[in-house]
Design a protein around this ligand. Structure first.
Ligand code: FAD
Length: 488
């Protein structure tokens, strides 16, 4: 019988596709044992939500990059597919591993799987080390004076700012790799056979043009942002025609960079250049929003599928498939909404301001249940995130904790004119409107016939007329809201 130090240890990667600041990997490496790394595409455990198509595309590149980085460090990544509960147990048994390391997850289904695995392994005398690698703080660490989780962001942020944030860990210099037993290698699946990337039709061309996946790409993007994007972030983040925000969201989603790395690098940048203070404060508050949504998901596991406020349980949503389709395809007749939906379709990402406008339009102008929008974003966003996406949709719908009030209804024309005054964003994604002058690019239906003719626009033919008029749609939404019990 070999002693524990001769047995390998396992690292189970899940949404933490990086070597630096990866507490599970660092702890495993520190044992001095052989480190065997694996990933499970869990398509069998109950309640685990399958990734959407765009996120699957991202996952492919992310796993490829992780696997290459692990190989350079002396290890490798084995990929399995099926029920995590069964697979992890058999991997442990067949490798004779002494311990398993992973970074924690916070969704209810994921916690149920992890707890069941932990129990089985602990009962069999195997050590399980679950580490904190996804968030700045664990959801249960930030509480109000009564020891309860916050429901409102501002005091939550204050509490975050009052605590120190652990410094990020360096990547282990070298990993002592090991050899997988034949029985497990036989079950391993080559990445290319997971079917994560589209082949025919290959709709990912626009995403390939915009994104590079993996830890190295995440760090490079972040360094560029610190050097050239942080200054002016507070103002430029709201302008969709500019690259005014970090675009780190898919990298954070897949754990290619950690929020602690982001936090400390920004603080260092401010220490070197104090003038960055206000922009850095705004940027870090967005990173804290991400933690906040995870805290909410952790304590309210139904966030993605149920209104947080029961007041919205019987909201009179309308089932209108043609309107939903028009919204999905970017054919609502409102240029800022349509440009956003096309940016999403082409690149797998949409600017935050435009996410708010498009989501508000679906929920309020079209009176469509926010869950249908959440599901579409889930399928089409490369950064589709269980906490951020669900929280943001409920925020827009007015049903979530610390939400925008329902009666705040974005006017898509004035929003467009305010945040894209020259119409540059529209022109990038809407070739059919690119010749319209700024005064009409957000409301082509008001353009005189000669202007439309000059721009090659035929309303109802080359570009739709608005599928709902703004004023009456707004009134209908408010009426629906008033009809909720207790508000009439
Ligand atoms: P930056 O402005 O550079 O912010 C840095 C990071 O902070 C982001 O990468 C993100 O991790 C976090 N962050 C920024 N804004 C928010 C926010 N409002 N709430 C929570 N975290 C935030 N974000 C996702 O990561 N995944 C989603 O699935 C998602 N769905 C959304 C759906 C709707 C309807 C709306 C209105 C917003 C959604 N967001 C989502 C939040 C936000 O739009 C994106 O995080 C942001 O646009 C990403 O761009 P960025 O990385 O350049 O952000």
């Amino acid at each position: 019988m070999s002693s524990d130090s001769q047995k390998p240890v396992l690292v189970w990667f899940r949404d933490d596709h990086r070597l630096s600041d990866n507490p599970a990997l660092s702890a495993a490496a520190a044992t001095g044992s052989q480190v065997l790394c694996f990933y499970v595409l869990d398509d069998e455990s109950e309640g685990i939500r399958p990734l959407g198509a765009a996120a699957c595309w991202w996952l492919h590149g992310s796993l490829k990059a992780l696997s290459e980085t692990l190989e350079r460090a002396g290890s490798s990544l084995l990929i399995l597919k099926g029920s995590a509960l069964d697979l992890v147990e058999s991997v442990v048994r067949e490798t004779g591993a002494s311990a398993v390391y992973w970074n924690r997850r916070y969704g209810a289904a994921e916690i149920a799987v992890d707890s069941a695995i932990k129990k089985r392994l602990s009962d069999a005398g195997i050590k399980v080390h679950s580490c904190s690698g996804r968030l700045l703080h664990e959801p249960w660490e930030i509480t109000n004076q009564a020891g309860k989780p916050f429901q409102v962001f501002t005091p939550y942020l204050r509490a975050v700012n009052a605590r120190s944030i652990k410094p990020p860990l360096p990547a282990p210099r070298r990993l002592k790799g090991g050899v997988w037993p034949r029985s497990i290698l036989d079950r391993a699946i080559p990445l290319t056979e997971l079917g994560l990337e589209p082949s025919f039709p290959d709709w990912a061309g626009g995403m390939r043009q915009v994104w590079e996946r993996g830890e190295h790409a995440a760090q490079a993007r972040f360094s560029r942002f610190i050097e050239t994007g942080l200054k002016g972030y507070a103002e430029r983040r709201d302008l969709p025609s500019q690259e005014g925000s970090s675009r780190l969201s898919p990298h954070l989603r897949f754990g290619e960079i950690s929020p602690r790395q982001v936090w400390h690098a920004v603080m260092n940048a401010v220490a070197a250049e104090p003038g960055l203070g206000p922009d850095a404060e705004k940027f870090l508050s967005e990173i804290a929003w991400r933690d906040f949504t995870y805290q909410l998901l952790h304590f309210h596991p139904h966030l993605p599928d149920k209104p947080h406020s029961s007041r919205f349980d019987n909201f009179p949503w309308i089932q209108d498939r043609p309107s939903l389709k028009a919204w999905q395809k970017g054919l609502t007749g409102y240029p800022i909404v349509d440009a956003g939906m096309r940016q999403l379709w082409q690149t797998g990402w949409m600017h935050n301001r435009v996410r708010m406008i498009t989501a508000s339009f679906l929920v309020k102008h079209l009176l469509t249940d926010w869950r249908q929008g959440e599901a579409w974003f889930w399928d089409t966003l490369v950064d589709a995130d269980p906490a951020n996406n669900a929280f943001s949709w409920q925020w827009i719908a007015g049903s979530g904790p610390d939400s925008a009030p329902f009666h705040r209804i974005f006017n898509p024309v004035t929003q467009g004119e305010k945040f894209d005054p020259e119409g540059d964003y529209i022109r990038t994604f809407m070739p059919e409107l690119s010749q319209l002058p700024p005064g009409f690019v957000h409301k082509p239906w008001e353009a005189p016939p000669a202007v439309l003719r000059e721009a090659g626009v035929v309303l109802g033919e080359t570009y739709p007329k608005p599928i709902v008029p703004h004023g009456p749609a707004r009134e209908r939404a408010l009426e629906a809201f008033r009809s909720l019990r207790g508000l009439a």
